[in-house]
Design a protein around this ligand. Structure first.
Ligand SMILES: [Zn+2]
Length: 245
């Protein structure tokens, strides 16, 4: 089965993150059937618009918080998210955002996600690195990338402080740029402070891969994507080989 495209920091070929299932995002196509330079772009738009029209006639479109991940081009991914009123964290609206964030993160097997990615421009992010993903990685990858199991952590209004300014380069991906990946420099160690899902003060220090995840998600809260930091010559379509087969 084609690897599933995941969200936030999934990695190509290293089992850290399975990238976006074409079957999920392009249900009627595959790398073999979908011409990379199809000249029918405008036709695709028309067909999609027609089905969208029919769909909208029958059911109203979803509203945020979405159960899908917004894709690059969506203005919500380029806006600076606003702080959450601490008094509202335990209220139903913010709790719904947090619960949806966790559901979507797990659905897409992400290791991190931010509220803007589900269409909510609030300063909320979630991190989680499950044992399953660690088990799927090689011992070398664990050591070199500094992988470690991380429990679910929610940060509301997080503020990040760099603890080790040394940067390391690794291939990184994002569920909001499904199907692509690039090498991105990230600081080795960071600390984050903010409020948790209960509105309580919380601080966490992470290094290695968890630190990378946090930096990636913090960027989302400021409308920044990994492509803004990447080495552009390393930018790849993770299915590029399949197009040649
Ligand atoms: Zn991302």
């Amino acid at each position: 089965m084609m690897a599933q495209c995941s969200s936030m920091l999934q990695l190509y070929n290293v089992g850290l993150r399975r990238c976006a299932a074409l079957s999920t995002h392009f249900p009627h196509t595959s790398p073999k059937t979908r011409a990379p330079f199809a000249n029918s772009y405008s036709t695709d738009i028309k067909v999609r618009s027609y089905f969208q029209y029919l769909k909208h006639k029958m059911i109203s479109p979803p509203s945020p918080p979405y159960h899908h991940v917004c894709q690059v081009g969506d203005p919500v991914l380029r806006s600076k998210a606003v702080a959450v009123d601490p008094a509202a964290i335990k209220g139903p609206e913010v709790q719904k955002v947090i619960n949806t964030l966790v559901k979507v993160m797990r659905k897409f097997e992400c290791v991190g996600i931010s509220a803007p990615q589900i269409g909510v421009p609030l300063r909320i992010l979630a991190l989680e690195y499950p044992q399953k993903l660690l088990d799927e990685s090689s011992p070398v990858s664990r050591k070199v990338r500094g992988l470690s199991v991380q429990p679910l952590r929610i940060f509301v209004n997080p503020q990040m402080r760099v603890l080790d300014w040394q940067t390391v380069l690794f291939q990184e991906a994002c569920e909001s740029l499904c199907g692509f990946s690039a090498t991105v420099p990230r600081y080795l160690s960071v600390e984050v402070s903010g409020l948790n899902e209960n509105g309580e003060d919380t601080t966490w220090q992470g290094s290695g891969w968890p630190a990378r995840i946090l930096q990636h998600e913090m960027d989302h809260l400021n409308g920044v994507l990994y492509i803004d930091h990447m080495d552009s010559k390393t930018f790849i379509n993770i299915h590029w080989q399949a197009y040649n087969e």
